[in-house]
Design a protein around this ligand. Structure first.
Ligand code: WT7
Length: 648
């Protein structure tokens, strides 16, 4: 295992040493009650909790038991009614350079107005609503308004299509959808309302749709169901925030797993808010007058936690950008950083690699000296990209905060923590666990592995940011996360801990892909392929990709009688139409048959091994549930298939 180049001499220009980190870490592990008692006062509570943690119903953990709070109050009201009232909460900008600055007071007005409209439409505490929007101010406003009245929202990434939307609405039973007429992507309009219309043909629970006029494109309006945002949302009386229990749900965010159906990760109010606000401070040490740019999409957990809730709770100013980093020109992101004088940039390794490919002259031609701290998330960052980011973007002056976490963990769990201490960085390592996180590397049998050995990353103790459950899926919550190693959180990732205690993340240990940092299930892609109507069978796997980290490779068998002249295009268009562009495979290979076990299970790993020409000597490790003979036969047969497909 590589440990990358020498640790960087951070001590030379930042507070030297681990500082408060070691003490905080020790306290968090040895006396968590005491530690979290302090950490929780980052929020205002209506009434204090009876106990910090209730473990009586493991693996369901209750944090700040009986504590009452409102997350919207913490994110908006307390600033809007205090010294930050005229401070910018968001500086919104789009690809064309249109700009909108929303102060905390302005945000407060907008959130109240929407909360009032939701109430008037009959939405009550505990009701579910869905949000499907471009990156506009109304997106955080919708999340905050829901949080204000205690409605549980699920936000659906705008790159998903109708069937993916319907699947999520059906799983959570959303009564209302907030969307927009469209969004912009690389100068083109994405017709969001149209996807909602098609999704609603597949669902029964939605009574009302609120539509923000954003692009001005024509939409279909269903009488009695669809309303323009500007017609129903008006500046009226304020809405008192609901007093939420710390362990009430705040939102549901669907994420990919090893089955076709996405899992609805449920986050609560108290524990979640305490965790994200503290971790943002610990990891990035943001300052009062900073401009914080978490350049992710709000549709993922990164955006939920670190574009919306945490920076607002801390009263920061965020840059919110609707657009691509390299559109209209390859230096778009550097232009924006220079113009808005961003202090902190937090983005993904994929984005860094893509920008790196354009060459150094683009960042060089802009003044990036406002940057003080840089961050990454979503996938392991290779040392080459790390160094480019460090040298060319940060002028070798900015620490790189490589934050390891997941949708389920709510916020960062392993990351440098310059807010509480500085350990030397090692390019490619997320470094040390944050306070409260007790990781361990285990083998298949639950034996702790020594430093330097690759194993499963497991977290032994619960922490407040951990999800409070899976929507409608108690069984999966228990078995997938706490079943492999009893009552310990199984991350699904491989990792190594080095001799200095640093963690090196080595990718997923399951059938989940990381494509451009997005989590995509192989079976989910197979389902999307089957949904096109011309595919009879599909096998999907990931292959390393220089920029995206991984790309999606698929092998399909067409339905007999398929007449399409260009089936690959038909398949691509079908996937885009049904599930959205995000699930379109990079490669679609058409073959006559796929290797299968006797019980009919597609042998994905054999397809992958034959395709990559990497059949291991011991083929029994390739597939469980099939005999060696069967596997050999399958390999031979598939080799022929591949050859035939290549010859065509
Ligand atoms: C998976 C979680 C957390 C927000 C975005 C992704 C991978 C995440 C890192 C990192 C190496 C990382 C893991 C993890 N991952 N951050 N810094 N280094 N790998 O959230 O979609 O829930 O994906 O992303 O494989 O399990 P997500």
């Amino acid at each position: 295992m590589t440990e990358g180049p020498n640790p960087l001499p951070f001590d030379s220009f930042m507070n030297p040493g681990l500082g408060k980190y070691s003490k905080a870490y020790k306290e968090s592990i040895e006396t968590p009650e005491k530690f979290y008692e302090g950490a929780a006062w980052i929020l205002d509570w209506y009434s204090k909790w009876d106990s910090v943690l209730d473990k009586s119903n493991e693996p369901y953990y209750k944090w700040f038991v009986n504590g009452k709070l409102n997350v919207c109050y913490n994110a908006v009201d307390r600033h809007a009614n205090g010294n930050r009232r005229n401070k910018a909460a968001y500086i919104w900008v789009d690809e064309k350079g249109n700009e909108k600055i929303v102060t905390y007071r302005g945000l407060y007005k907008r959130v109240n107005a929407l909360a009032r409209a939701l109430r008037e439409m009959g939405i009550r505490k505990g009701d579910r609503i869905a949000i499907y929007m471009p990156m506009i101010i109304e997106e955080p406003v919708a999340m905050l308004a829901a949080a204000r009245i205690g409605a549980v929202f699920t936000l659906i990434f705008s790159g998903f299509g109708a069937e993916a939307i319907a699947e999520r609405i059906n799983d959570c039973g959303a009564r209302l959808v907030i969307t927009a007429d469209g969004g912009y992507r690389r100068g083109k309009i994405v017709p969001l309302k149209e996807s909602v219309d098609r999704a609603l043909e597949l669902t029964k629970t939605v009574e009302t749709v609120i539509v923000v006029k954003h692009t001005g494109s024509e939409i279909n309006v269903v009488e009695g169901r669809d309303y323009w945002y500007h017609d129903v949302v008006q500046d009226k009386e304020l809405v008192e925030p609901e007093r939420m229990d710390s362990n009430d749900p705040l939102f549901i965010l669907y994420t990919s797993g090893t089955t076709g159906k996405p899992k609805g990760v449920v986050h609560g109010n108290g524990g979640y808010a305490v965790w994200i606000a503290n971790t943002l401070k610990w990891a990035f040490d943001p300052q009062e007058n900073d401009r914080w740019w978490c350049a992710a999409d709000i549709g993922w957990i990164t955006g939920h936690s670190y574009i919306v809730f945490a920076p607002l709770i801390l009263g920061l100013t965020s840059i919110l950008y609707e657009g691509s980093f390299d559109y209209p020109t390859p230096d778009q992101i550097w232009k924006l950083i220079a113009y808005y004088e961003a202090d902190i940039l937090y983005t993904s390794p994929t984005a860094i690699r893509a920008l790196m490919k354009y060459g150094d002259e683009y960042p060089k031609s802009h003044n990036l000296s406002s940057l003080r701290v840089l961050g990454t998330v979503g996938e392991p960052i290779n040392p080459v990209a790390w160094e480019w980011y460090y040298e060319k973007i940060g002028s070798s002056q900015c620490p790189i905060i490589d934050t390891y976490w997941q949708t389920e963990t709510g916020g960062f769990v392993i990351s440098p923590a310059i807010g509480i201490g500085v350990a030397p960085l090692k390019p490619g390592s997320a470094t040390l666990p944050l306070p409260g996180i007790d990781p361990v590397i285990m083998d298949q049998d639950g034996k702790e592995l020594p430093a330097g050995e690759k194993g499963f990353l497991v977290i032994r103790k619960p922490w407040p940011g951990l999800m409070i459950g899976l929507n409608n899926d108690d069984e999966k919550y228990r078995s997938m996360y706490f079943g492999k190693f009893k009552n310990m959180y199984f991350t699904g990732d491989y990792a190594i801990k080095d001799k200095d205690g640093y963690y090196w993340l080595l990718g997923r240990a399951d059938e989940v892909l990381k494509v451009s940092g997005h989590r995509i299930g192989t079976i989910e892609v197979e389902d999307a392929l089957l949904s096109t109507g011309i595919v009879a069978e599909a096998g999907v796997f990931g292959k390393p990709h220089q920029v995206k980290g991984e790309s999606i490779v698929s092998f399909v068998v067409l339905k007999s009688g398929t007449t399409s002249e260009s089936p690959v295009d038909t398949i691509k268009n079908g996937v885009r139409h049904n599930f959205g562009p995000i699930l379109i495979p990079d490669e679609i290979h058409i073959v006559g048959s796929l290797p299968k076990t006797r019980s009919g299970k597609i042998m994905r790993r054999i397809i992958k091994a034959v395709y990559q020409d990497q059949i291991p000597g011991d083929i029994t490790t390739l597939e469980s549930g099939a005999s060696v003979e069967e596997i050999k036969e399958a390999i031979e047969k598939f080799r022929k298939e591949l050859k035939m497909a290549n010859d065509q």
